[in-house]
Design a binder for this molecule. Sequence first.
Ligand code: ATP
Length: 620
Amino acid sequence: EDVNVLNALVRFMEELSAGNSQNIQNWGWDKNLDPCNGNVNFNGTWKGVDCMKSQNVRKIVLDKFNLTGTFDAASVCTAKFLVVLSLKENTISGFIPKDIRNCERLRHFYVSGNRFSGVIPDTFPQLRNLKSIDISDNYFSGELPADMSRISGLLTFLAENNQLSGEIPDFDFSYLKEFNVANNSFSGPIPDVKSKFGADSFSGNPELCGKPLSKACRPSKTGLKHSSADRFLIFSGYIILAVVVLLLLALYLIKKNKPKEESAKVVVTKGRVANASKEHSSTSSESKTGGNRSEYSIASVEAGMTSSSSLVVLPSPVVTGLKFEDLLRAPAELLGRGKHGSLYKVMFDNATILAVKRIKGWGISAADFKRRMERIDQVKHPRVLPPVAFYYSKQEKLLVYEYQQNGSLFKLLHGSQNGQVFDWGSRLNVAASIAEALAFMHEQLQEGGIAHGNLKSTNILFDKTMEPCISEYGLIVAQGQDQPFLSQSDSFKSNALGRDGAYSTFKVDVYGFGVVLLELLTGKLVQNNGFDLASWVHSVVREEWTAEVFDRALISEGASEERMVSLLQVALKCINPSPNERPSMNQISVMINTVKEDEERSIISEPLSGHHALEKPNSH
Ligand SMILES: Nc1ncnc2c1ncn2[C@@H]1O[C@H](COP(=O)(O)OP(=O)(O)OP(=O)(O)O)[C@@H](O)[C@H]1O
């Protein structure tokens, strides 16, 4: 460590020891000694200090050290690599200084069982890397910072037995495993804790109400609590809101009265409701729109579009005799409006459910489009959803797929899982299947340079037998040096462009696949095209905390860390910023199969009485 850091750490210890110089000597906190290199059992090294790669102080654990002084955050936070700070069960007093914000890498902060007082500083939520916080059994008072939810990925928050007051702020409850604020003076409604924590976590706060406590909240009471200044602010807020709403309404009315613009070729028209249960309530509106159209149908106002000649129905066992008019008239429901188009669920023939993707602004020629779709259709792979039909017009392209009832990988990972278990074995299977299918497609479509172009967990769907399959293959053109039809600012693409500028469509898919692997391993949501997740994983791995990236569900299931790390290594290769360094899908498929074989071998060789052999839930 740097001399300045050593000096600061000695100062930190002096403050903690309240001038008891004996302490410092006994524990070897001497700036002339190396805190890192020495015997672990304090022999020339600093007691309670642990270092990373024998260089930087990473952990300071001074539990039960009879410390009676105060906490000098500014000094201790000069140790930039500090990840764990634990001062449990001493008699430290005073407050936590705002300078705690400088401990940027801090992941675990434990000060329970001391005599800390004062408020938790508002700089605290700036410590985004925090995983666990234990401030229980102290004399902390005042309100918690309102933006505690900024610490995303928090696993533990323990603050029981203090004098904290005010409302409990919103936390990022998605990953929280432990939460306790019992025996404080919190008041008001309990935020939605997603039924993860019971009444024990909140008891001993007489003014708290709402679930999971048995005391219900009285709506009027919160109103009374506001001061007149508060009330003024709230009312003026309402007024502003009302003005905005009125303005929007006016704008909408003005727009509506204008003639329809040329570009709006396909509209969703009002008519009969798709849902049978609502059928009679809307019969009155039917006459207005002329019979057969459904409330949400992909109908067109453009005369040209109703010609069935442009709909190409590919030979498939799913639909026979699908006509364009049928498609337009059929009841449809808008499922999503993605960056690249909208997706409709269409009931056809009362038996077949189709998914229709509508893409706008794709400047591809009719012949190219047709060739492309037919080529994709020719390369059949059981794990790739083939289009059943497609439609071309200059402004609009429609792609028809069979609707998959079992949802997407995204939904399985992040949706309400309905008690479904998505265990390690199943995740590994998904990874292996998708890698294999993608490798096959890449190989077959190498010549035309047709990659998937938009691989992500919403485009991996589960079929009837819960086997994963890739959908929307080849709907995005991202080839050569010329700009893909995506915007230039798309960080996904610019990322795929890499530092060396070389562009490869297939390597974009490899990146996308790497992000899917990260999602499978961490269980975390992907934002910003996976860029955030990727950089988070990188930072954790760099600091040798690899085990912390994995989904808690996988850890508690007892999944093999060794094999999770192997899969993580594959993912990191896929998301290499330089596309040329990324392996091919074929190589990736081989790597994942090796991990899968290891897994299978271990299941066979493990004794049946083993913890995971018994508890392993069925894979799909
Ligand atoms: N064939 C299908 N069957 C069932 N659900 C589907 C099908 N195709 C897509 N979906 C689901 O419908 C939703 C909307 O799909 P859409 O493709 O519009 O979204 P997206 O993939 O997030 O966006 P985009 O592809 O435009 O980037 C997604 O949740 C997707 O998983």
